[in-house]
Design a protein around this ligand. Structure first.
Ligand code: PBG
Ligand code: ZN
Length: 326
């Protein structure tokens, strides 16, 4: 492969060549749209740091989900903003909790749309941590039962897949057991397996009112400096029964996506998180970048790194770009 015998530009000279040799393609099939459910009726509170996204009451959430479904997006990821928080995160696993209501309604109105639910306690605990707290310590084993109850309540409400994001050790096995014991052996688990302790979650915590009230999440989320440890985390979840493994955030962790894709034989999801979205939106608003092009390049990069699917706040916008290109 030496110039002048080989000239890479020969296959770049027009769109036909470029299309034929393209190694990665983005499709609407790859996208999962995160949505925020809140109580009330006809509520649509803009999330300031995430332009185009809202806290939605169930009626409006169904409308947004329907639009996404019409664009061809196969799945949504539900987050809940509860009416009450307490030490035991009661609203995370109650039958009439906000995620349970939203899942039920989506299942009724849009039975073909896959509803994935985020399973965690942080939106529901008064202290904002992802597990229950003993003094200032996040109690791993005491949290497992509550997480499994939350997952079960989601499945009962009609969720088609559950996605634990808490990063407690052993939660995938616990959730798998409880689902299996209750006739939900057909419900897959998408595990946030390598979830880093990241400042890129900032806008989400505003949107979901889930910032920790003391300390931080470093005792359970992964250290951004570690790559090898991600393989251990992912391997554990595989052994515990995860069906899809997730890496989060996406863009600053493309190396992790790539390594996990090479080492693990399960579908890999990547979460293009709120801060990644907010940065592109903010730079676009300032006129500093072409937001649409950066969005498509970013999603392509995540796919190229090895993600089979991408959770992204860009899902609807990117779906429109892909549709209009055809
Ligand atoms: C809750 C949860 C978080 C996100 C998804 N689930 C926040 C956190 O762990 O602090 C982040 C999503 C995003 O930033 O888009 N465990
Ligand atoms: Zn959490």
């Amino acid at each position: 492969m030496i110039f002048p015998d080989y000239r890479p530009r020969r296959l770049r000279q027009n769109d036909a060549f470029r299309r034929m040799i393209r190694e990665t393609t983005l499709s609407v099939d790859d996208f999962i749209l995160p949505l925020f459910a809140i109580g009330g009726r006809n509520v649509k509170n803009p999330i300031l740091s995430m332009p185009g996204h809202y806290q939605l009451s169930v009626d409006n959430l169904v409308k947004t989900a329907k639009e996404a479904y019409k664009l061809g997006i196969p799945a949504v990821m539900l987050f809940g903003i509860p009416d009450k928080k307490d030490a035991l995160a009661t609203r995370a696993y109650s039958k009439d909790g906000i995620v349970q209501k939203a899942a039920k309604e989506l299942k009724n109105k849009l039975p073909e749309l896959l509803v994935i639910t985020d399973v965690c306690l942080c939106q529901y605990t008064d202290h904002g941590h992802c597990g229950i707290v003993e003094g200032q310590i996040i109690d791993n084993d005491a949290s497992l039962d509550l997480l499994a109850r939350a997952a079960l309540s989601h499945a009962k409400a009609g969720a088609g897949m559950v996605a634990p994001s808490d990063m407690m050790d052993g939660r995938v096995a616990e959730i798998r057991n409880v689902l299996d014991e209750n006739s939900f052996s057909h419900i897959p688990i998408m595990s946030y397996s390598a979830k880093y302790c990241s400042a890129y979650y900032g806008p989400f915590r505003q949107a979901a009112h889930s910032a920790p009230q003391f300390g931080d999440r470093r005792t359970y989320q992964m250290d951004p400096a570690n790559a090898q440890e991600a393989i251990r985390e992912v391997s554990m979840d595989v052994e515990e029964g995860a069906d899809i493994i997730m890496i989060k955030p996406a863009l600053p962790y493309l190396d992790i996506i790539c390594r996990v894709r090479q080492e693990i034989d399960l579908p890999v999801a990547a979460y293009n998180v709120s801060g990644e979205y907010a940065m592109i939106k903010a730079a676009e608003e300032k006129g500093w970048i072409d937001g649409e092009k950066v969005m498509m390049e970013t999603l392509m990069a995540i796919k190229r790194a090895g993600a089979d699917m991408i959770l992204t706040y860009f899902a609807a916008d990117a779906a429109k770009v892909l549709r209009d290109k055809r």
